[in-house]
Design a binder for this molecule. Structure first.
Ligand SMILES: Cc1cc2nc3c(=O)[nH]c(=O)nc-3n(C[C@H](O)[C@H](O)[C@H](O)COP(=O)(O)OP(=O)(O)OC[C@H]3O[C@@H](n4cnc5c(N)ncnc54)[C@H](O)[C@@H]3O)c2cc1C
Length: 406
């Protein structure tokens, strides 16, 4: 009996995994990639070190409108299988103190090479420089249109990725293909990106890195509390703290608070500053935070608290100390926008999960059509979750497509 022909559109993390799973499942696999090489985005992950999964794959780290989809997919290919899979391909790995897994080589190209060698071993036909611009259902399955040529496939897996990082192959082409076959695309927006802030108080802080607490409130309800490193930029805030909060802050919650002394409360800082004004008296107020905070942050807090920077610390009024403590522990920050797709790591939104079968990722509308990776309306926290989603969903879609009836 001839092998089932499966075409996979998109040669990123999820596409390569789907191709391997489908070929191991006995299918004849063709992989189509518009770029000059496979896995360009994969090479940029983890600052080039490839943070490929995380020790804690709890559901709270994945965002999906239909949690049954992520639950059923991750259950079929979870941490243990992911580590075994890469280990069998020769990738030795380590887990850092924050639970993030990296290859021991600390080089993303080693992960890409391992995947490429497995594709080769399984005789997957890899077509580079080949953008699929049209996709139609026909009698024999699907007709894929490249500019000037068409190709027939029994089943198709769409793994075109999301709109984030267009300079690394991101784009909306995959959503258009899914749309051509009648799939709904939920609204797209960038996440895991820096924050553009209102005002100019941060202008003089450019380049300063600092561990801070960030909290987001809706009325009296705390929506988010994070402690991590922030980096001040010309637009506002970057670094892990900004990236981790960008999903929520890009969704309508726009006011957040920074605590420049993580873990310290307002009353603790009132008491601390009161003592400090006595212990380091006869100094100008702008030096009050010297040795505690980066100088420019200390000066900014004095300035924004409307205190004369030359005023003797011993002469600071109780109201002024309270104002300083409040600004130090709960500095209000208004978010203007999340930086655009070009600077984002992932896309929120995508192929509507209500239209896919949770356990197989096959379309409920078009039998024989499957999806995997960021193209689906699933995104994860920073820390290896987005690649884990690419691996798990690629594995499930590839295996299901090879085994499917169509
Ligand atoms: C800078 C950066 C750092 C990141 N770091 C991490 C990290 O450390 N850990 C982590 O878990 N996640 C990280 N991510 C996110 C992660 O890289 C993505 O979520 C993941 O690569 C998605 O895999 P994918 O296969 O769905 O899409 P992609 O990897 O984007 O692959 C899609 C592929 O499809 C191709 N394609 C698109 N349309 C077509 C078409 N019509 N025809 C043919 N080919 C097409 C594209 O060229 C691309 O190669 C990072 C992202 C960025 C941008």
């Amino acid at each position: 009996m001839s092998k089932k022909e499966i075409s996979i559109i998109g040669g990123g993390a999820s596409g390569m995994m789907a191709a391997i799973a489908a070929a191991r499942g006995g299918a004849k696999v063709r992989l189509w990639e518009k770029d000059h090489s496979l896995g360009r985005k994969l090479l940029a992950t983890g600052n080039g070190r490839c943070n490929f999964t995380n020790r804690d794959l709890a559901p709270k780290h994945f965002y999906a409108q239909v949690p049954a989809v992520t639950d059923m997919v991750l259950a079929q290919f979870e941490l243990k299988q992911t580590l075994e899979f890469f280990n069998e391909l020769g990738i030795e790995y380590y887990c850092d103190a924050r639970g993030r897994y990296f290859p021991k080589s600390n080089e993303a190209p080693s992960v890409l090479l391992a995947l490429e060698r497995e594709l080769e071993r399984l005789s997957v036909e890899v077509n580079l420089h080949t953008e699929i611009v049209g996709l139609k259902k026909n009698k024999g399955g699907f007709l894929l249109h490249q500019r000037g040529e068409s190709h027939q496939a029994r089943a198709v897996i769409l793994t075109c990725g999301g709109a984030a990082a267009p300079q690394l192959g991101g784009g909306e082409g995959g959503y258009l293909l899914a749309g051509q076959l009648g799939h709904n695309i939920t609204p797209l927006r960038p996440a895991l990106a820096s924050l553009e802030l209102e005002g100019n108080w941060f202008q003089k802080l450019q380049g300063i890195r600092l561990d801070m607490d960030l909290s987001v409130w809706e009325g009296s309800k705390k929506m988010l509390q994070l402690t991590d490193e922030g980096l001040f930029t010309k637009y506002g805030l970057s670094g892990p703290l900004a990236l981790k909060s960008s999903r929520l802050l890009g969704q309508g919650c726009q006011l957040c608070f920074l605590n420049f002394v993580p873990g310290q409360t307002d009353p603790e800082m009132i008491s601390f500053l009161s003592k400090r004004t006595r212990s380091i008296s006869s100094r100008p107020a702008q030096e009050l935070f010297n040795g505690l905070l980066p100088q420019k942050i200390g000066q900014m807090l004095v300035r924004e608290s409307k205190i004369d920077p030359e005023k003797d610390t011993a002469r600071l009024l109780e109201t002024e100390i309270k104002k300083l403590a409040s600004n130090l522990t709960a500095w209000p920050v208004k978010v203007k926008a999340v930086r655009p797709f070009k600077e984002a790591q992932v896309t929120v939104g995508g192929v509507d999960l209500h239209e896919v079968i949770p356990g197989t990722l096959e379309s409920k509308k078009i039998p024989g059509l499957y999806f995997a990776g960021e193209l689906l309306d699933v995104d994860g926290d920073t820390g290896g979750y987005n690649l884990q989603w690419a691996w798990s969903s690629g594995q499930v879609a590839g295996k299901s497509a090879a085994a499917g009836d169509v």
